[in-house]
Every structure is written in C-alpha cells, then in structure tokens.
Unconditional design. Sequence first.
Length: 130
Amino acid sequence: MHQTIARITLVVPDYDQAIAFYRDSLGFELLDDLDMGGGKRWVVLRPRGARETALLIAKAEGAAQVAAIGNQTGGRVAFFLHTDDFARDHAAMLTKGVTFLEEPRHEPYGIVAVFADPFGNLWDLLQPAG
C-alpha cells in the first residue's frame, strides 16, 4: 500500500495575496487556480520539486475561520519547508521580503530558521542534517 498526504488546507483572508506570497516570495508553483463560483476558487500551490504534498488555499468564511487565520496550530510552527541548500534559499527569501523571526541555527536535525507568512503562520526553513 502507498499513501501520501496530497493537500494541506491553509485558511487565508485573500486568494491573490496568498498566491503572490507563496509563488512570488517563496517560489512555489501554482498548480491550479480555478473559479468554483460564488467567490470560491480551487487554488493549489507546491514547492518547486515537490511531487506529492501541496497547499490548498482556502479563503476564510465566517468568524471561526477568520479567527483561525495565522493560528491554525495555536502558535506553533505549522509547516516545514525542506531545502537542499539553506544558504541559497534563506538569502533569496530575505531578498524577496520574507520575515524571519530568528537567525539561522544549527540543530542536531539540521540548519533551521523560523519565518512567518503574511497571515501569521509560522514556518521552518530547514536543511535536514545528513
């Protein structure tokens, strides 16, 4: 049996703002942007080189979803963006205005730094050890 996590929903206030950040600042590929009617869109992005897992961007509807924007994991790091070259990607992200909350650090599991997306979600940029 082979199973994968295909999509992870990320609740945001605006589709276009999310596309601009993930595509233009992080370099993700925009796989789908389909009009579903009624103001809804099917928006899927994934890191370049990724094969299976992608983000499904969902525009918040209602007070509960709006309240969850940027706090879907209660303030913990929600997403882990792996890289094969931390220095390259860290420098590129800084150039594109990505906000890092700390300086890069070396941990037993790799080189890592936490950054925030424009919606308040926390991410690790991580080059795994070994």
